[in-house]
Design a protein around this ligand. Structure first.
Ligand code: GLN
Length: 268
Protein backbone atom coordinates (compact mmCIF):
# COMPACT_ATOMS: atom_id res chain seq x y z
CA UNK A 1 0.00 0.00 0.00
CA UNK A 2 1.12 3.51 -0.65
CA UNK A 3 3.15 5.48 1.87
CA UNK A 4 2.69 9.11 2.81
CA UNK A 5 4.26 11.80 4.98
CA UNK A 6 3.13 15.16 6.32
CA UNK A 7 5.48 17.77 7.83
CA UNK A 8 4.94 20.98 9.82
CA UNK A 9 8.03 22.77 11.13
CA UNK A 10 10.92 25.04 10.20
CA UNK A 11 11.61 25.29 6.47
CA UNK A 12 12.95 21.97 5.23
CA UNK A 13 14.30 21.13 1.77
CA UNK A 14 12.28 18.56 -0.17
CA UNK A 15 15.51 16.59 -0.55
CA UNK A 16 16.27 16.83 3.21
CA UNK A 17 12.87 15.43 4.15
CA UNK A 18 12.12 12.97 1.36
CA UNK A 19 15.30 11.92 -0.45
CA UNK A 20 18.22 11.96 1.96
CA UNK A 21 16.97 10.45 5.24
CA UNK A 22 17.60 6.85 6.08
CA UNK A 23 14.24 5.17 5.39
CA UNK A 24 12.76 8.38 3.99
CA UNK A 25 10.07 8.28 1.31
CA UNK A 26 12.67 7.60 -1.39
CA UNK A 27 13.91 4.48 0.41
CA UNK A 28 10.35 3.41 1.17
CA UNK A 29 9.79 3.31 -2.59
CA UNK A 30 11.75 0.08 -2.91
CA UNK A 31 12.10 -1.07 0.71
CA UNK A 32 9.01 -0.23 2.78
CA UNK A 33 8.91 -2.02 6.13
CA UNK A 34 5.24 -2.27 6.91
CA UNK A 35 3.17 -2.87 3.77
CA UNK A 36 -0.02 -4.62 4.80
CA UNK A 37 -2.60 -6.59 2.85
CA UNK A 38 -0.88 -6.69 -0.51
CA UNK A 39 1.69 -4.59 -2.30
CA UNK A 40 5.44 -4.83 -1.85
CA UNK A 41 6.92 -1.70 -3.44
CA UNK A 42 5.72 1.81 -4.27
CA UNK A 43 6.77 2.46 -7.84
CA UNK A 44 3.58 3.56 -9.60
CA UNK A 45 4.19 7.26 -9.14
CA UNK A 46 4.71 9.84 -6.44
CA UNK A 47 3.89 13.39 -5.54
CA UNK A 48 4.69 16.20 -3.16
CA UNK A 49 2.75 19.33 -2.36
CA UNK A 50 4.11 22.24 -0.35
CA UNK A 51 2.99 25.61 0.93
CA UNK A 52 4.74 28.94 0.41
CA UNK A 53 4.27 31.83 2.80
CA UNK A 54 3.43 34.17 -0.08
CA UNK A 55 0.70 32.02 -1.64
CA UNK A 56 -2.59 30.71 -0.29
CA UNK A 57 -2.63 27.66 -2.54
CA UNK A 58 -0.02 24.92 -2.38
CA UNK A 59 2.45 24.08 -5.14
CA UNK A 60 2.71 20.51 -6.31
CA UNK A 61 4.92 18.12 -8.26
CA UNK A 62 3.69 14.69 -9.34
CA UNK A 63 5.07 12.09 -11.70
CA UNK A 64 4.33 8.59 -12.82
CA UNK A 65 6.98 5.93 -12.19
CA UNK A 66 9.31 5.43 -9.25
CA UNK A 67 10.69 8.40 -7.36
CA UNK A 68 14.25 7.18 -7.80
CA UNK A 69 13.99 7.37 -11.60
CA UNK A 70 12.91 11.01 -11.82
CA UNK A 71 15.87 13.24 -12.64
CA UNK A 72 13.70 16.35 -12.69
CA UNK A 73 12.59 15.77 -9.13
CA UNK A 74 16.14 15.04 -7.99
CA UNK A 75 17.14 18.43 -9.46
CA UNK A 76 14.13 20.32 -8.11
CA UNK A 77 14.09 18.93 -4.56
CA UNK A 78 17.19 20.76 -3.20
CA UNK A 79 15.87 24.05 -4.63
CA UNK A 80 12.56 24.00 -2.73
CA UNK A 81 11.98 24.31 0.98
CA UNK A 82 8.73 24.64 2.88
CA UNK A 83 7.31 24.78 6.40
CA UNK A 84 4.46 22.44 5.50
CA UNK A 85 4.42 19.64 3.00
CA UNK A 86 2.65 16.42 2.08
CA UNK A 87 4.47 13.69 0.15
CA UNK A 88 3.24 10.35 -1.19
CA UNK A 89 4.52 7.36 -3.12
CA UNK A 90 2.08 5.07 -4.89
CA UNK A 91 1.46 1.36 -5.21
CA UNK A 92 -1.54 1.35 -7.53
CA UNK A 93 -4.61 -0.54 -6.36
CA UNK A 94 -5.65 -3.36 -8.68
CA UNK A 95 -7.92 -2.23 -11.54
CA UNK A 96 -6.69 1.37 -11.37
CA UNK A 97 -4.19 2.76 -13.84
CA UNK A 98 -0.72 4.14 -13.27
CA UNK A 99 -0.96 7.73 -14.35
CA UNK A 100 0.17 11.04 -12.99
CA UNK A 101 -3.31 12.31 -12.16
CA UNK A 102 -3.90 9.29 -9.90
CA UNK A 103 -0.91 10.19 -7.70
CA UNK A 104 -1.40 11.94 -4.38
CA UNK A 105 -1.40 14.56 -3.12
CA UNK A 106 -4.74 15.60 -4.58
CA UNK A 107 -5.34 19.32 -4.37
CA UNK A 108 -8.28 21.73 -4.20
CA UNK A 109 -8.02 25.32 -3.03
CA UNK A 110 -5.68 25.37 -0.06
CA UNK A 111 -6.07 21.63 0.66
CA UNK A 112 -3.74 18.73 -0.03
CA UNK A 113 -4.89 15.13 0.42
CA UNK A 114 -3.38 11.67 0.31
CA UNK A 115 -5.04 8.26 0.73
CA UNK A 116 -3.22 5.09 1.71
CA UNK A 117 -5.72 2.32 1.16
CA UNK A 118 -8.38 1.05 -1.20
CA UNK A 119 -12.12 0.94 -1.72
CA UNK A 120 -13.02 -2.53 -3.06
CA UNK A 121 -15.81 -2.42 -5.62
CA UNK A 122 -14.97 1.14 -6.68
CA UNK A 123 -16.43 2.93 -8.60
CA UNK A 124 -19.85 1.23 -8.29
CA UNK A 125 -19.50 0.84 -4.52
CA UNK A 126 -19.31 4.63 -4.08
CA UNK A 127 -21.82 5.59 -6.79
CA UNK A 128 -24.66 6.26 -4.36
CA UNK A 129 -22.50 8.45 -2.11
CA UNK A 130 -21.20 10.34 -5.12
CA UNK A 131 -24.73 11.30 -6.16
CA UNK A 132 -24.73 14.19 -3.71
CA UNK A 133 -21.62 15.69 -5.28
CA UNK A 134 -21.52 18.63 -7.59
CA UNK A 135 -20.82 17.06 -11.02
CA UNK A 136 -18.34 19.80 -11.83
CA UNK A 137 -16.29 19.02 -8.76
CA UNK A 138 -16.62 15.31 -9.41
CA UNK A 139 -15.24 15.74 -12.92
CA UNK A 140 -12.50 17.93 -11.51
CA UNK A 141 -11.53 15.16 -9.13
CA UNK A 142 -9.47 14.29 -12.16
CA UNK A 143 -8.33 10.69 -11.84
CA UNK A 144 -9.57 7.17 -12.48
CA UNK A 145 -8.77 5.92 -9.00
CA UNK A 146 -10.73 5.17 -5.82
CA UNK A 147 -8.72 7.76 -3.85
CA UNK A 148 -9.93 10.56 -6.14
CA UNK A 149 -13.55 9.68 -5.37
CA UNK A 150 -12.74 9.65 -1.65
CA UNK A 151 -11.16 13.07 -2.14
CA UNK A 152 -14.27 14.32 -3.98
CA UNK A 153 -16.41 13.21 -1.02
CA UNK A 154 -14.07 14.81 1.52
CA UNK A 155 -13.53 18.06 -0.37
CA UNK A 156 -17.30 18.40 -0.81
CA UNK A 157 -17.58 18.46 3.01
CA UNK A 158 -14.68 20.93 3.33
CA UNK A 159 -16.18 23.32 0.80
CA UNK A 160 -19.55 23.04 2.51
CA UNK A 161 -17.78 24.50 5.54
CA UNK A 162 -17.48 21.46 7.79
CA UNK A 163 -14.48 21.54 10.12
CA UNK A 164 -11.56 19.58 8.64
CA UNK A 165 -11.38 17.01 11.46
CA UNK A 166 -15.13 16.35 11.30
CA UNK A 167 -15.04 16.19 7.50
CA UNK A 168 -12.24 13.59 7.57
CA UNK A 169 -14.00 11.52 10.22
CA UNK A 170 -17.40 11.68 8.52
CA UNK A 171 -15.95 10.81 5.12
CA UNK A 172 -14.28 7.75 6.61
CA UNK A 173 -17.52 6.74 8.32
CA UNK A 174 -19.63 7.11 5.17
CA UNK A 175 -17.14 5.21 3.00
CA UNK A 176 -16.74 2.36 5.52
CA UNK A 177 -20.52 2.14 5.99
CA UNK A 178 -20.88 1.74 2.21
CA UNK A 179 -17.83 -0.54 1.84
CA UNK A 180 -16.98 -2.26 5.13
CA UNK A 181 -13.64 -3.62 3.89
CA UNK A 182 -12.43 -0.21 2.68
CA UNK A 183 -8.91 0.66 3.86
CA UNK A 184 -8.81 4.28 4.79
CA UNK A 185 -5.56 5.83 6.01
CA UNK A 186 -6.01 9.45 4.99
CA UNK A 187 -3.81 12.53 5.30
CA UNK A 188 -5.05 16.12 4.87
CA UNK A 189 -3.40 19.51 5.21
CA UNK A 190 -4.33 23.15 4.75
CA UNK A 191 -0.80 24.39 5.42
CA UNK A 192 -1.27 24.84 9.17
CA UNK A 193 -2.77 21.52 10.20
CA UNK A 194 -2.10 17.88 9.53
CA UNK A 195 -5.05 15.51 9.93
CA UNK A 196 -4.64 11.78 9.49
CA UNK A 197 -6.51 8.54 10.08
CA UNK A 198 -5.50 4.97 10.75
CA UNK A 199 -7.84 2.39 9.28
CA UNK A 200 -5.94 -0.88 8.65
CA UNK A 201 -2.58 0.64 7.66
CA UNK A 202 0.47 1.76 9.60
CA UNK A 203 1.07 5.35 10.75
CA UNK A 204 3.51 6.99 13.16
CA UNK A 205 3.85 10.45 14.63
CA UNK A 206 6.98 12.23 15.78
CA UNK A 207 6.90 15.59 17.56
CA UNK A 208 10.09 17.42 18.49
CA UNK A 209 10.31 20.90 19.98
CA UNK A 210 10.50 22.26 16.42
CA UNK A 211 8.42 20.07 14.16
CA UNK A 212 5.73 17.46 13.87
CA UNK A 213 5.89 14.70 11.28
CA UNK A 214 3.18 12.15 10.50
CA UNK A 215 4.25 9.27 8.28
CA UNK A 216 3.25 5.76 7.23
CA UNK A 217 6.68 4.60 8.43
CA UNK A 218 9.21 6.21 10.80
CA UNK A 219 12.38 7.56 9.22
CA UNK A 220 15.45 9.54 10.25
CA UNK A 221 14.40 13.13 10.90
CA UNK A 222 16.37 15.84 9.09
CA UNK A 223 18.61 17.96 11.36
CA UNK A 224 16.38 21.02 11.02
CA UNK A 225 13.44 19.16 12.58
CA UNK A 226 15.31 17.64 15.51
CA UNK A 227 15.22 19.00 19.05
CA UNK A 228 16.95 22.31 19.40
CA UNK A 229 19.06 21.69 22.48
CA UNK A 230 21.41 18.98 21.31
CA UNK A 231 20.35 18.31 17.75
CA UNK A 232 19.16 14.88 18.79
CA UNK A 233 15.65 13.51 19.15
CA UNK A 234 14.63 13.23 22.81
CA UNK A 235 13.03 10.06 24.07
CA UNK A 236 9.61 11.71 24.40
CA UNK A 237 9.84 13.14 20.93
CA UNK A 238 10.72 9.93 19.11
CA UNK A 239 8.32 8.16 16.75
CA UNK A 240 5.11 6.73 18.19
CA UNK A 241 2.93 4.26 16.33
CA UNK A 242 -0.70 5.39 16.07
CA UNK A 243 -3.11 2.58 17.00
CA UNK A 244 -5.55 1.46 14.35
CA UNK A 245 -8.91 3.24 14.20
CA UNK A 246 -7.70 6.71 15.23
CA UNK A 247 -7.93 10.29 14.05
CA UNK A 248 -4.77 12.38 14.47
CA UNK A 249 -4.91 16.17 14.44
CA UNK A 250 -1.64 18.09 14.68
CA UNK A 251 -0.79 21.77 14.48
CA UNK A 252 2.43 23.58 15.37
CA UNK A 253 1.71 23.31 19.12
CA UNK A 254 0.03 19.99 19.80
CA UNK A 255 -1.09 16.61 18.59
CA UNK A 256 -4.34 14.92 19.55
CA UNK A 257 -5.41 11.32 18.99
CA UNK A 258 -9.11 10.41 19.06
CA UNK A 259 -10.58 6.96 18.51
CA UNK A 260 -12.75 6.69 15.40
CA UNK A 261 -16.19 5.14 15.90
CA UNK A 262 -14.99 1.73 14.77
CA UNK A 263 -17.06 -0.57 16.92
CA UNK A 264 -20.47 0.45 15.66
CA UNK A 265 -19.14 0.53 12.13
CA UNK A 266 -17.43 -2.81 12.16
CA UNK A 267 -20.34 -4.52 13.91
CA UNK A 268 -23.04 -3.07 11.73
N1 GLN B 1 -6.04 3.24 -3.88
C1 GLN B 1 -4.99 4.18 -4.04
C2 GLN B 1 -4.32 4.06 -5.40
O1 GLN B 1 -4.56 3.22 -6.17
C3 GLN B 1 -3.96 4.06 -2.93
C4 GLN B 1 -3.19 2.79 -3.06
C5 GLN B 1 -2.36 2.41 -1.88
O2 GLN B 1 -2.52 2.86 -0.74
N2 GLN B 1 -1.53 1.49 -2.16
O3 GLN B 1 -3.50 4.88 -5.68
Amino acid sequence: MCRHVGYLGPPVGLDELLLRPSHGLLEQTWAPNDMRLGGTINVDGFGVGWYRADRAEPSRYRAVGPMWADENFAALAPEVSAETLVGAIRSATRSTSAERTACAPFRAGRWLFSHNGSVPGWPDALAELAEKLDPVRLLASEAPVDSATVWALLSHRLFEGQSPADAVRDTLVEVVRAVPDARMNMLLSDGNLLIATTWTHSLSVCRTDRAVVIASEPFELPAVARDQRDGSVREESSWHAVPDGHLVVADREETSLTPLPDIELRDS
